[in-house]
Design a protein. Structure first.
Length: 123
C-alpha cells in the first residue's frame, strides 16, 4: 500500500521539490500552501505522514491524528526546548536546505512499522 503524505508549506518551491522527490519513491503526495487547505485535505482523507515547514511569525499547523506521523522542516537547527513550547511533538526534523537522500531516508524511517514481538523473538 502506498503511504499518503501531506506537505504543508507556504513556499511553492519547497512543496514542489518534496513532491518531486516523494512521488517517484512510491508515495501519494498532497500539497497545501495554507493551514486551511491542509485541514480540507485531512477532512477528506487521513494521511500516514505530514511534513510541515512552519512560516516565521505564524503559529505552526498541528495536523492532529488524521495527519499521521509528523516531520517538521525548519531553516534553523531545531532547539527541542523552544520548539516543544510552540509546536506539536514531531517524529523527526529536517533542516532546510533539504537533501533528497536525507528526506527519503527520514520519511522511510518514520513510516517504518515498529518491529513486532514475533520479529524480536526470531532474532
Amino acid at each position: 500500500m502506498r503511504h499518503r503524505i501531506l506537505v504543508v508549506a507556504e513556499d511553492v518551491t519547497l512543496r514542489s521539490t518534496l513532491a518531486r522527490w516523494l512521488m517517484p519513491a512510491g508515495y501519494f503526495v498532497e500539497l497545501a500552501e495554507t493551514d486551511r487547505r491542509a485541514r480540507e485535505v485531512l477532512a477528506k482523507q487521513p494521511m500516514a505522514l505530514t511534513i510541515v515547514a512552519p512560516s516565521a511569525g505564524v503559529p505552526m499547523f498541528d495536523p492532529g491524528e488524521k495527519g499521521g506521523k509528523l516531520i517538521i522542516a525548519t531553516e534553523r537547527p531545531h532547539d527541542p526546548a523552544r520548539l516543544s513550547r510552540s509546536v506539536p511533538v514531531a517524529d523527526a526534523y529536517l533542516s532546510i536546505p533539504l537533501d533528497q537522500q536525507g528526506v527519503l531516508a527520514q520519511v522511510e524511517s518514520v513510516l517504518r512499522p515498529p518491529p513486532s514481538a514475533d520479529d524480536a523473538a526470531a532474532r
